[in-house]
Ligand binder design. Structure first.
Ligand code: FES
Length: 119
């Protein structure tokens, strides 16, 4: 495993992705709950550039006919077919689905964002 400095921390937007390239991979950096997360720009459904999708929220579990929005800035919506992924865990937001985004460990230090990969 190797750590690669891929960006300046200040360049990661508060809402949306900063796309970076690393060894043939395209990776989206997202700021979520005050931390930087790194996800491969490849949708597990049909390989869309998922990190170019909209960062949004979702509806929280609630009573019947009660629609309670929440988790703003923590959900990534694929631009091709609208699948939604949790930007904290990478999981597809459908009960029972085993699909998930491919993620990479991230370290932030000295103003830089470091991503750990096998290359
Ligand atoms: S390719 Fe992402 S939802 Fe279909």
């Amino acid at each position: 495993m190797t750590l690669h400095r891929v960006a300046e921390e200040a360049d990661v937007p508060a809402h949306g992705a900063l796309l970076v390239h690393l060894g043939g991979l395209e990776i989206g950096l997202f700021r979520v709950r005050g931390e930087v997360r790194a996800w491969r720009n490849h949708c597990p459904h049909l390989a869309a550039p998922v990190c170019r999708g909209r960062v949004t929220g979702t509806l929280l579990p609630s009573a019947v006919y009660a629609y309670e929005p929440g988790r703003d800035g923590e959900v990534l919506q694929c631009p091709w077919h609208g699948w939604e992924f949790d930007l904290v865990t990478g999981r597809h937001l459908v009960t029972g689905s085993r699909s998930r985004l491919r993620g990479y460990p991230v370290e932030v230090r000295d103003g830089g964002v470091y991503v750990q990969t096998r290359v």
